[in-house]
Design a protein around this ligand. Structure first.
Ligand code: BV8
Length: 235
């Protein structure tokens, strides 16, 4: 049984209506990343950061998983214990499509974190700057999101899964943010096959053994059918 590690990015949620970051009208073209996705930005203007994440949380809550999310959940269910699903996304669409044990390396919109005591809890739909932490009572709440300059979550677990995998698949990610962008090299180094599924190939030619181009809601279900059904290769 092939051990598969899958890394998803914003492209897998694009067809659910959630914006990507670096596409033409992406989030980073409308917001200054340093103001809303860094610890300094939060220290300088926590209200702006909460507004940014409150808007994205509402979008995510109102969005529906798409066929790509459903196909990945189907693959996991068909291959229990053989599929590790890592996501850079902070939405919960993988879970709402039925995926289990999703590894959110950049945190989750639906979780809150206390900057004073480290307590975590389910985030309300709208978070406020002066909301008290349910743990310590201090008004230091923040979204449980990994910002630029912060250490991504679950790195040991992710690197261990990559070190033991037969196939690494990157779906809907521009491969510009590290350390996630370096996972494909880690996989290639231990001799795993590498596959990219993206609307258009990322700019580094030859970074992946194989590339399947097209919208995730079409290419991911077709790829999962190929893996499960032994259907003819998609591309
Ligand atoms: C860290 C939360 C130390 C916020 C995010 C070298 C080594 C280590 C670090 C660095 C390094 N060089 C630079 C750094 C620092 C920095 C970094 O990488 N900067 C970049 C900008 C150069 N990294 C960090 O600060 C990280 N921390 O390094 O700590 C360390 C070092 C080593 C080991 C451990 C610790 C922390 C990074 C996390 C930042 N937080 N998110 C939030 O979400 O609000 S990152 C942010 O970018 C999102 O999480 C997002 O998921 C992520 C990646 O973006 P993508 O998901 O790829 O989205 P993007 O828009 O870029 O691309 C969309 C893709 O989808 C495109 O390819 C498009 O073609 C495709 N697509 C579109 N539509 C579809 C589609 N595909 C299929 N179907 C479609 N329909």
């Amino acid at each position: 049984m092939k051990r598969i590690v899958i890394l998803t990015g914003a492209g897998v949620s694009a067809e659910s209506g959630l914006g990507t970051f670096r596409d033409k009208d992406g989030l980073w073209t409308r917001y200054d990343l340093s103001q809303v996705a860094t610890p300094d930005g939060f220290a300088r203007n926590p209200a702006l950061v909460h507004d940014f994440y409150n808007a994205r949380r509402a979008n995510a809550m109102d969005a529906m998983p798409n066929a790509a999310h459903a196909a990945l959940a189907r693959l996991q269910a068909a291959r229990p214990g053989s599929v590790t699903l890592v996501t850079q996304n902070v939405d919960d669409l993988h879970e709402r499509a039925g995926a289990q044990d999703v590894i959110h390396m950049h945190g989750q919109l639906m979780r809150a974190l206390c900057a004073a005591c480290g307590h975590r809890w389910d985030a309300p739909r709208v978070m406020a700057v002066d909301a008290a932490c349910p743990g310590c009572g201090k008004p230091r709440t923040r979204p449980d999101i990994v910002w630029f300059g912060e250490i991504p979550y679950h790195m040991d677990r992710i690197l261990a899964a990559i070190a033991a995998c037969d196939l690494f698949v990157a779906i809907g990610t521009s491969g510009e943010v590290y350390p996630a962008a370096g996972f494909v090299e880690e996989a290639a180094m231990i001799g795993a096959e590498t596959l990219e599924i993206n609307l258009e190939p990322t700019p580094v030619p030859g970074r992946f053994d194989r590339v399947i181009e097209g919208p995730a809601s079409e290419t991911v279900p077709a790829w999962v059918d190929e893996v499960l059904g032994g259907a003819a290769p998609v591309a």
